[in-house]
Write a protein of this length. Structure first.
Length: 167
């Protein structure tokens, strides 16, 4: 199979960065972490961009960086941010540039993974119920974009991804 670019998409905490590292290793491809590229471009952390300039500014920068990566000539694995497919035609850019894989993970699993992570500006919550509600609402808003992925994988174990995507 000829591999160009593989974009991992899904909710915050769905395992995009972790699976991205494993997939890049298995396929012997470079890994590009979209949030890390945004931080390099901006010279500051994602949470600082949100705090200083707000989500709209962040989404604009995110879209520009996504388009730059989509235009790169070499094959690679890209771990996107959770919102990348959902703004500024992100899912169209992704699907045109390569293969998209949606890591579909349960709300319970997402809560368990992100509850202690202070680096997720959209998910800072007072308690677990509030976090569960935020994730549920966010997933409902974003699902119509995620479901446009070329491949939908239930779970985020590398074995699931390899088996369900045919890689």
């Amino acid at each position: 199979m000829h591999i160009m670019k593989i974009f991992l998409i899904g909710m915050p905490g769905s395992g995009k960065s972790t699976v991205g590292q494993q997939l890049a290793y298995k396929l012997n491809l470079p890994l590009i972490d979209l949030d890390a590229e945004i931080e390099k471009t901006e010279g500051r952390l994602v949470k600082e961009i949100f705090a200083t300039d707000g989500e709209d500014y962040f989404r604009t920068v995110e879209s520009q960086v996504l388009q730059n990566i989509a235009g790169l000539p070499q094959p690679c694995v890209i771990a996107t941010g959770g919102g990348a497919p959902c703004f500024h035609n992100g899912i169209e850019i992704i699907n045109k540039a390569g293969t998209s894989i949606f890591l579909d993970v349960s709300i319970d699993e997402l809560v368990a993974r992100v509850r202690s992570d202070r680096n997720r500006p959209l998910l800072l919550a007072g308690d677990l119920n509030e976090l569960r509600m935020k994730l549920t609402v966010l997933r409902a808003k974003r699902l119509k974009f995620y479901e446009q992925a070329n491949v939908i994988v239930n779970g985020s174990e590398i074995e699931d991804v390899l088996k369900q995507s045919g890689l």
